[in-house]
Design a protein around this ligand. Structure first.
Ligand SMILES: Nc1ncnc2c1ncn2[C@@H]1O[C@H](COP(=O)(O)OP(=O)(O)OP(=O)(O)O)[C@@H](O)[C@H]1O
Ligand code: SF4
Ligand SMILES: [Mg+2]
Length: 351
């Protein structure tokens, strides 16, 4: 069976003051049926742009190349009406800040019901019944009272539940959640992620979860893609990538979050991401990378499948000098014999 969402070699730029900002540089990833896929990376790495492109919500972007298919259909070949029908009904999206995603002058009930009526052409009373039902399934009580409230009358946690409910009531095949819990305090974050992933599973839908936090993503998704400077640099089963990262940037992400189970300090990734208007010819992570080789400055590594003993599921990285398990655990490169022209294939032969 084909994947539900398939993105191949997507390259997108914005023009700003006469310069090209290359925000996506050949992104490929897929989401299977009933699969949850994470997308992690620092601010500005292109996580939101990738998914806004899928939703057709980037009016000023230039798509240089690439293909996007949803349920076997070519998204880029669709006209505006078909893309509108895709949004909400086929692909739901939850944004980070519910206050900015809801209309402040419309009651909650009205906002959820409008989507139901538009996409399912049912009566207002049926729409209200479905709205109350989904709110209850998102663990909100007194739904009749709630439907008559305005967004500003609800707490952040309640609003986020309303957003999840509003997306799920349209029964999308894919839910894209873009930093859905970062506006909430940490005690509510875990509850909300659990709620969202269990409702998605219950509905037999798929999910893309976007976050800065590899730990959060590892806890609720099946597979993860790690993004850096508009490219995917590592992908694989989430727990596997989290426990045994192979790309130096992923190692940096893992070591930049505190661990409750291990006695290790938090080590931030030195330096800052490259200027997307002037990307270096080689690996975009090279200026910050402690595993850097001479070849890294000349040749941008491609995503290639990588095998390691004991690994479950397929993994891929874009790196000339993959990190060993021991190095991943310590977060520090070990001395090794390398030649100036070494490539990823040469390195893997020696692993
Ligand atoms: N409309 C736009 N015009 C110009 N540049 C844009 C536009 N939207 C996004 N960008 C740029 O594209 C790059 C990727 O942005 P994106 O919002 O996808 O990052 P992100 O990974 O989602 O970051 P965050 O974690 O902060 O949400 C950034 O450099 C951003 O400044
Ligand atoms: S390709 Fe080189 S610079 Fe880039 S992440 Fe790998 S080792 Fe570091
Ligand atoms: Mg974003």
């Amino acid at each position: 069976m084909t994947e539900l969402l398939q993105i191949d070699d997507l390259a997108i730029r914005f023009r700003s003051y006469g310069h090209d900002i290359n925000v996506l540089n050949g992104v490929s990833y897929s989401v299977g049926w009933k699969e949850s896929v994470g997308l992690v990376g620092e601010s500005g790495s292109g996580k939101s742009v990738t998914n806004l492109a899928v939703m057709g919500l980037l009016p000023t972007a230039v798509i240089d190349r690439g293909r996007m298919r949803f349920d076997g259909q070519d998204i880029l070949a669709m006209g505006p009406a078909r893309r509108r029908r895709l949004r909400g009904r086929q692909i739901g999206m939850i944004f980070q800040d519910p206050m900015n995603s809801l209309n402040p002058v419309l009651k909650i009930g009205r906002q959820i019901e409008e989507g139901i009526i538009l996409h399912f052409r049912v009566s207002r009373s049926e729409a209200r019944r479905r709205a109350a039902d989904i709110l209850a399934r998102c663990e909100l009580s007194d739904t009749d009272v709630l439907l008559n409230k305005y967004p500003h009358e609800l707490s952040g946690g309640m609003l986020q539940r309303v957003m999840i409910a509003a997306a799920l009531v349209l029964e999308p095949k894919l839910l894209i959640a873009d930093e859905p819990t970062t506006a909430l305090d940490v005690t509510v974050q875990a509850q909300m992620l659990d709620l969202m992933s269990s409702r998605v599973r219950e509905a037999g839908a798929s999910m893309v979860l976007i976050s800065h936090d590899l730990g959060v993503v590892a806890s609720v998704t099946d597979r993860v893609n790690v993004m850096y400077a508009g490219s995917i640099v590592e992908s694989g089963p989430s727990i596997e990538v989290f426990l045994r990262p192979m790309h130096p940037y992923t190692v940096g992400l893992v070591h930049s979050i505190p661990s409750l189970s291990e006695d290790r300090g938090v080590v931030p990734i030195d330096g800052s991401p490259p200027d997307l208007a002037a990307l270096p010819p080689g690996c975009p992570f090279a200026p910050r990378c402690r595993w850097r080789l001479p070849v890294c400055d000349r040749i941008k590594p491609a995503m290639e499948p990588i095998h390691r003993s004991g690994a479950a599921g397929s993994r891929a990285i874009a790196c000339h000098n993959p990190v060993s398990d021991r190095e991943a655990a310590s977060g520090t490169p070990e001395p090794r014999a390398v030649s100036a022209g070494v490539t990823q294939a040469d390195r893997m032969a020696g692993l």
